[in-house]
Design a protein around this ligand. Structure first.
Ligand code: F6R
Length: 240
């Protein structure tokens, strides 16, 4: 595992873009699995700038790590986020973008469809953020390390984060989410974990200094041999 300590959120985002850019440039047909939420907004900003200045993604395939259950165009969906932070802003589009349908009437079928696509497209990189309770994707504490894509129930702390991130009420906030499981996450060639902010410091400490356990989902990454973690000063503040 390579751990990179940076000063702040902007430096984390720039560094993350450098890692992603290298993957895009080094692979003829890059397959990228992206995350959303507060953490990667800066990375998306640099990615959009990069693409509009000539970074070629026309051979890239994009997956998402997860998707909320709810109306497709709701303010909080990953679909809405991907359009607002990427697809609507770039002059050249990826070859393929596979979005999860959070509006489906048949969740099992949707999971099977997406799993099939994932099995046909090995990811060159999986980008992750970190929940304050140690979750990755929506693999909340207690999720078995052999999980495959599933429909997850959010813990209350995760629902609260969603409300804050998207400015929505408890009633409007989704409580369920399709998520890749540990199996699909760890199947990527490279995993890039981004962490910023003092509110993540305890989770970072548990990740790097605690035992490997499903009680702290992010510790599963310690079993992967190509992980890059970028942590800013505030998030690293509790490390020994
Ligand atoms: C989002 C996702 C979540 C977030 C995590 C941190 O696609 O997978 O696991 O990465 O909840 O959220 P933020 O970045 O908003 O602090």
């Amino acid at each position: 595992m390579q751990t990179i300590f940076v000063k702040d959120y902007d430096e984390m985002s720039k560094k993350a873009f450098e890692v992603l850019k290298e993957v895009i440039e080094e692979n003829k047909e890059p397959v990228l699995s992206l995350n959303t939420g507060g953490t990667p907004r800066g990375l998306f900003k640099y990615l959009v700038e990069g693409i509009n200045n000539g970074l070629d993604i026309s051979n890239a395939t994009i997956f998402n790590l997860d998707e909320y259950v709810g109306p497709k165009n709701a303010v909080y969906t990953v679909r809405t986020y991907m359009y607002e932070n990427l697809f609507n802003l770039i002059q050249n589009q990826p070859k393929q973008a596979y979005l999860i349908d959070g509006e489906t009437a048949n969740p099992d079928q949707e999971i099977e469809r997406y799993k099939e696509l994932l099995s046909q497209n090995k990811r060159d990189i999986q980008i992750l953020g970190l929940g304050t309770n140690g979750h990755i994707g929506a693999n909340e504490p207690g999720t078995p390390f052999d999980s495959t894509m599933f429909l997850a129930e959010h813990e209350e702390s995760t629902v609260q984060s969603t409300m804050k991130e998207y400015g929505i009420t408890r009633e409007e906030a989704p409580t369920e989410m399709f998520t890749l499981g540990f199996s699909e996450i760890l199947d990527a060639e490279k995993v890039l974990l981004l962490v910023s902010g003092a509110h993540k410091a305890e989770a970072v400490k548990a990740f790097l200094e605690g035992e490997i356990t499903p009680d702290c989902p992010v510790t599963a990454l310690r079993n992967h041999d190509n992980v890059i973690v970028i942590i800013d000063e505030a998030a690293a503040s509790l490390l020994e």
